[in-house]
Ligand binder design. Sequence first.
Ligand code: TTP
Ligand code: MG
Length: 350
Amino acid sequence: MRRVILHVDMDSFFSAIEMREHPELKGLPVVVGSADRARGVVSTCSYEARKYGIHSAMALSQAYRLCPGAKFLPVNMELYRRVSAAIMDILRGYADKMEQVSIDEAFLDITTKVRTWEEARMYAERIKKEIWDKQQLSCSIGIAPNKIVAKIASDFKKPNGLTVVEHAKEFLAQLPVVCIPGVGPKTEKVLKHMGITRIEQLANCDVQLLVSRLGKHGRRLHRIARGIDDSEVVPNRERKSLSRERTLAKDTDDIATLERQVEELAEEVHRALNGFVFKIVSIKVKYSNFRLITRSRTLKTFHSDLATLKCVAKELLRLVDVSKDDKIRLVGVRVAKLSLLDCRQQKLIC
Ligand code: TTP
Ligand code: MG
């Protein structure tokens, strides 16, 4: 067999934990969100609450209007992190390589653990059973020859799903383009204008046309649509840094332009962080004459928020000399000393 990648995503994670802790909530619409109901947002909600149209990131006030009878609970992050750590410990035991990508999801490379796709299915059943027996929580699992398809597959039959995909391209063909991680409303709209709503249409579209409308993102989508993704499962302890850089359309000495680029790159880096915290922020600048400099700052503590990343990156940019004779052709933003926090012990797990 080629690679066998398994993606696990816990079902309605925060609310499932609350329902386990408070069995009287079983079967009810449960909404977990910030304590402030007037201005807060929904972190997640039970599948019963989803029937009312409630979803993550919705204003709590709106959730309340949609279902006044729902049980509203504040976020108990310490508890969720503790449960998350216990689940990740279970998963680690099943994988050649494991990469935790958020509080409730992970990729496992199980290539050497199974010989057939049927064995892979049974392997996943064992994982689901152990998580249920030890934590009384359900999860959904996708198994596929690569990471992206495994992730799409875990979302295919939620909750408590198990989807094994042997032939990536065929599986993807009939799905809507929004099933691809990273296709948000903006990309969906562009694709719709091009007459593309299903992944099969994306796969059959001319790649140059996609690139002309969506830039690099278009090339990535075209590969995914054809079931291609070579990215490896990277064990967390091996992920040391993350960076994004961009060659500017035109060399510039305009600080506002450079700041805007740095902000956008910080946003990209932040999206890719996926639950990691960072301690070092750096920027990289290449001048028109290809001279390269970097500026770095080590923060006192670990941070996870975009505001800090943007702010430090822009401060570092201000340390860089820019003039008419010394224009800039490329900027980059990097974070390093990455980690995932285990709140159980308030210490780093990798
Ligand atoms: P998800 O896995 O996206 O959602 P979920 O586990 O609640 O539901 P699903 O069954 O669809 O997987 O996110 C995991 C947890 O992360 C979620 O329980 C709460 C938290 N979260 C937020 O706090 N805000 C958000 O906007 C999202 C999407 C998640
Ligand atoms: Mg989940």
